[in-house]
Design a protein around this ligand. Structure first.
Ligand code: ADP
Ligand code: MG
Length: 269
């Protein structure tokens, strides 16, 4: 693992008597797409809020981009998306123009730049007539203003159809490739980030239960890929030798599989 851009050590947070984070340890490597996955209520949004300084905590420490003494200095390098709340009757461009001024970004071309990145530079009409996918992309464009090094996206694919989800995936990979951004994305849908993220933090009941890499998913003790010239015969020979063929397509262990092995249960997180 390379250099970390965000480190959390032993973060504990309660809402009243309810302990929501019970000692969160997390290292986000620079340039990675990091998926934070876990069921609703696991603590994903609360973790983001503590990173962003929107929520205080009782115990632990946070280091952002090397600013361990003063995380606020590091927070300036984070762009974040926690939903797409915009003015209904303004266009996407007008909405972002409002936020550009609010954020004190001087460059007047910034709105055009970020709209282009998310593919909304030619979008017409007011925000209220945007599709769900366009709304989410506008939210991400907003997060991209000011060229942050780190992007935090809380459930950015919520409510999107499969095409919208696929578009988002491509966008994340582009951002990583083009700008070398570190991107942290949360989701409660396991399969969604399987082919997008480099690393996954499994959040359960207020802690990071495990961090899994793509390599970990590929390691599997009963799954091997053999390329043969006659698949039917190969299967027959194996069965004659007393070896049960349980599946023929599976190459890597799915994230879903890994998750349920770790935590039990059988539905979406
Ligand atoms: N403002 C709040 N006041 C009280 N409890 C909260 C508040 N925000 C979140 N919680 C509780 O904290 C837990 C974690 O919530 P959250 O971080 O939003 O989970 P996730 O984003 O993984 O769905 C849940 O039990 C939730 O009910
Ligand atoms: Mg949440």
């Amino acid at each position: 693992m390379g250099e970390s851009v965000i480190s959390l050590h032993g973060i504990q947070k309660s809402y009243g008597k309810h302990k929501v984070l019970r000692g969160v340890d997390l290292e986000i490597p620079k340039g990675d797409i990091f998926g934070l996955i876990g069921r609703n209520g696991a603590g994903k949004t609360t973790i983001f809020k503590t990173i962003l300084g929107l929520s205080d905590y009782e115990e632990g420490s946070i280091d952002i981009a090397g600013f361990d003494k003063d995380p606020d200095k590091g927070r300036g390098r984070i762009g974040f998306f926690v939903g797409s709340d915009f003015f209904d009757y303004l266009s996407g461009r007008e909405n972002l123009e409002y936020y550009r001024q609010l954020k004190g970004i001087k460059d007047r071309n910034e709105v055009s730049r970020v709209l282009k990145i998310v593919g909304l530079d030619t979008a017409r009409g007011s925000f209220k007539n945007y599709s769900m996918g366009m709304k989410q992309r506008l939210g991400i464009a907003n997060a991209l203003m000011g060229s942050p090094e780190i992007l935090i996206l809380d459930e950015p694919t919520n409510g999107l159809d499969p095409q919208g989800i696929a578009d988002m995936r491509h966008l994340f990979q582009d951002l990583k490739k083009q700008f070398g951004m570190t991107i942290i994305i949360s989701s409660h849908i396991l399969g969604e980030l399987q082919n997008t993220a480099d690393r996954f933090g499994i959040v359960n009941n207020g802690i990071i239960e495990r961090v899994v890499t793509q390599e970990d998913l590929k390691k599997s003790d009963n799954c091997v890929r053999i390329t043969v010239d006659d698949r039917e015969r190969a299967r027959k020979v194996l069965e004659e030798a007393g070896i049960k063929v349980l599946g023929e397509e599976q190459e890597a262990r799915s994230l879903e599989d890994y998750y349920f092995n770790l935590l039990g249960g059988e539905q979406n997180a």
